[in-house]
Design a protein around this ligand. Structure first.
Ligand code: SF4
Length: 552
C-alpha cells in the first residue's frame, strides 16, 4: 500500500499510543524498515520481479540475477534457489550463504483447492518431465513442487501453467500464500457449505494485488465447509470453517492466529457466523490488520499469531469490526471439533451419487511421469479431475460407481493406493535435505524407507498412528501435531554428530487438539528410527486399554 493511501486510512483510526520500543507496526507510525527484508520490500515491490524474470533473467541466465531478487523477491513468484549439490547441511564446514545458491530453483505451483482436470494434470506432469528432472511432489499446502528448474525455462513453464489456469504467483514470500481449500468442496454428501466461490473471489481480488504484496511475513489461508475440518484450520493464519447458525443457516466461523514452526500456536476461534458472500471482505479485513499492525522488527515475531496472542481474540474482533469492516459480525457458537481422519482416503459417495476416491502417494512423492499416467487414467475412466489435499494426498472427483474397482486397480498399477496401509496413509514428510537449503536431515527417502519397514513389522495395525518427518525446526510437515512428530537435527553419538530427530509425542488436531510433548531424552538417530518407532508401537499395543488411541 502506498504511504499516502496508508496515511489516509490511518487518519480514520482511533489513536493507539506508540510504544517506546517499536515492533515496526505501520499502523503505529513505524514506516522505516527495521531489517533488511523490510528494506528490500520497500526498495521495490516484489511483484515487479515477474517482468525481470520474463524479459531479463531468463534471457541472460543465472549469473545476471540481482542478488536482492535472487534471495528475496523471487519467492513472490514461487521460486527458491535449490540446495547446492554435495552440500552436507553444514556438518563439516560453515558454508557462506552465497555458496548455498545453486543455478537451479525449486518452483511451487499453487492449486488453491481447485479441481485439476485431466488436461491440467497432464500439463503438470509434462512440466515435471520436461523441465524438472521428472520431479513433481504433492505438498501439504496443496501445491505441486518442482525441483531442478532453470531460469531459462521459467517463461515456458508459466505459459503452460496459465493454459491450465494455474500459477506460481505469491506461492512463497511475505504474501498471501497458497490457499487450502476442502478437497471435496461441492461434492461431498455430508458437506455443510461449499466455500469454492469465496476462495475464487479472494484469489481474484487479492492475489497479485500490490495492496497485499508486503505482509510482515507469510500469511496462510484455509477454508472448508466439510465437517471433518479437512484443511488443518488450527494451523493457519486465517481459517474459515463451516458452521450452521440456528436462524441464518450455513456459513463460516473465523479462526485466526494459528501457526507452527518455533513458538507453535493453535488458531483462536472467533465464534462468529459469516455468510458466503462476506468471506472475501472479512479476509481483506484480517489481511489488512496483519499488514498494518503486524510486527515487522523481528522476523521471528512477524507472524500474525504473535499479534493475536498479544491482543487476545476479543480485541482482534473489535479492531476488525471497527476499523476495517465498519459493522459488527454475527456471534455464533464455533463448530464442534471432529475426531478421525481428514484425508478423504478411500471411496466415498458424492451428493450426486457418483464417488470420490482418495489415494496416497508415499509422503507426497510423485513424479511428472506419474502425473501423466494419472491424466491417462482420468481420461480413460471419464473422471472429472483431481484435487490435492493438505495431507499430501490426491482425491479423484466424479467417478462412475460402476467403474470404482477398475479405477482403483489402475491407480494401484501406477503407484497410487486407495487402500493404503496405516503407515503409508499417516506418514508425511517435508522436502528435506535433498533440495531444501534449511534442512539438516533427509526426510522424503527416510519416510519412504520407514513406511516400508513398518509395513513389514506391523502389517495389521488397527489404530492410526501419524508420523510427520521434518528436516529442521520450521515444521513444514507439522511436527507438533502428529502422534510422532520428528524434527530434524544433528544427534551426538560418541564423539560424532549424525543425522537424527528430536521426537515430539502425542500431538493432535480436532477434538483433542494438542501439541506433542518434547522431552530432552526423546532424540533418535536417523539410522535408529525404525527400531525407535517399533518400540513405541509395541509398548502402545501391549498397554492400551480398549479404544485407547496412541495419543490418549
Ligand atoms: Fe525445509 Fe525445514 Fe521446511 Fe523441511 S521443515 S521443508 S527442512 S524448511
Amino acid at each position: 500500500m502506498s504511504d499516502l493511501r496508508y496515511q489516509a486510512k490511518r487518519a480514520q483510526r482511533t489513536e493507539i499510543p506508540r510504544p517506546k520500543r517499536g515492533e515496526g507496526q505501520w499502523a503505529l507510525g513505524y514506516s522505516e524498515p527495521l531489517n533488511k527484508n523490510e528494506q528490500s520490500k520497500k526498495d521495490d515491490d516484489p511483484l515487479n520481479v515477474r517482468d525481470r524474470i520474463l524479459y531479463v533473467y531468463s534471457q541472460r541466465g543465472f549469473a545476471s540475477i540481482d542478488p536482492a531478487d535472487l534471495r528475496g523477491r523471487f519467492r513472490w513468484m514461487g521460486l527458491y534457489t535449490q540446495r547446492a549439490e554435495g552440500f552436507d547441511g553444514g556438518k563439516t564446514a560453515t558454508v557462506p550463504e552465497e555458496d548455498l545458491d545453486a543455478p537451479f530453483f525449486m518452483m511451487r505451483v499453487r492449486s488453491d483447492g481447485r479441481l485439476l482436470t485431466a488436461a491440467t494434470v497432464r500439463a503438470l506432469g509434462e512440466i515435471g518431465r520436461d523441465y524438472a528432472r521428472d520431479t513433481a511432489d504433492v505438498t501439504d499446502r496443496e501445491n505441486i513442487q518442482y525441483h531442478w528448474i532453470r531460469i531459462e525455462d521459467v517463461p515456458a513453464i508459466w505459459e503452460r501453467l496459465e493454459l491450465g489456469g494455474l500459477s506460481t504467483l505469491e506461492a512463497c514470500g511475505d504474501s498471501p500464500r497458497p490457499f487450502l481449500g476442502s478437497p471435496v468442496a461441492g461434492v461431498a454428501a455430508d458437506e455443510i457449505i461449499d466455500g469454492t466461490p469465496a476462495l475464487e473471489e479472494i484469489y481474484r481480488r487479492f492475489i497479485g494485488s500490490p495492496d497485499f504484496s508486503n505482509f510482515p511475513r507469510k500469511f496462510k489461508t484455509a477454508l472448508t465447509g466439510h465437517p471433518s475440518h479437512d484443511v488443518s484450520p488450527e494451523t493457519n493464519d486465517i481459517s474459515f470453517v463451516g458452521t450452521v447458525h440456528p436462524e441464518h443457516g450455513p456459513g463460516f466461523d473465523l479462526w485466526v492466529g494459528g501457526g507452527l514452526s518455533t513458538n507453535p500456536m493453535l488458531a483462536q476461534k472467533m465464534g462468529v457466523w459469516i455468510p458466503l458472500d462476506d468471506v472475501a471482505d472479512v479476509w481483506e479485513g484480517v489481511a489488512s490488520i496483519f499488514r498494518d499492525y503486524g510486527y515487522r522488527r523481528l522476523r521471528s515475531r512477524a507472524r500474525l499469531k504473535f499479534l493475536v496472542a498479544d491482543w487476545g481474540i476479543a480485541k482482534f474482533r473489535e479492531v476488525l469490526e471497527n476499523e476495517y469492516l465498519g459493522r459488527e459480525l454475527v456471534t455464533c457458537e464455533s463448530p464442534a471439533s471432529p475426531v478421525g481422519h481428514r484425508d478423504h482416503i478411500g471411496v466415498h459417495e458424492q451428493k450426486d451419487g457418483r464417488r470420490y476416491i482418495g489415494v496416497a502417494p508415499v509422503a507426497g512423492r510423485v513424479s511428472g511421469t506419474l502425473l501423466i499416467a494419472l491424466a491417462d487414467l482420468l481420461e480413460k475412466h471419464a473422471v472429472d479431475g483431481v484435487r490435492l489435499t493438505p495431507y499430501q494426498k490426491i482425491v479423484l472427483i466424479g467417478v462412475d460407481p460402476e467403474r470404482v474397482e477398475d479405477v482403483i486397480a489402475d491407480l494401484e498399477a501406477i503407484g497410487l493406493s486407495a487402500r493404503p496401509s496405516n503407515w503409508r496413509r499417516n506418514t508425511m514428510a517435508c522436502t528435506g535435505i535433498e533440495f531444501c537449503k534449511l534442512a539438516i536431515v533427509d526426510t522424503k527417502n527416510r519416510a519412504r524407507d520407514l513406511v516400508a519397514e513398518l509395513e513389514k513389522r506391523f502389517p495389521d495395525l488397527d489404530s492410526p498412528i501419524t508420523v510427520n518427518v521434518n528436516g529442521c525446526p520450521n515444521a513444514c510437515a507439522r511436527t507438533q501435531i502428529a502422534d510422532i512428530g520428528l524434527k530434524g537435527q544433528l544427534v551426538q553419538v560418541g564423539d560424532q554428530q549424525v543425522e537424527g530427530f528430536q521426537v515430539h509425542l502425542g500431538g493432535a488436531t480436532g477434538l483433542q487438539a494438542n501439541f506433542g510433548r518434547k522431552l530432552r531424552a526423546h532424540k533418535v538417530t536417523s539410522a535408529g528410527l525404525d527400531d525407535y518407532i517399533s518400540s513405541l508401537v509395541t509398548a502402545y499395543l501391549a498397554d492400551r486399554t480398549e479404544g485407547e488411541s496412541f495419543t490418549t
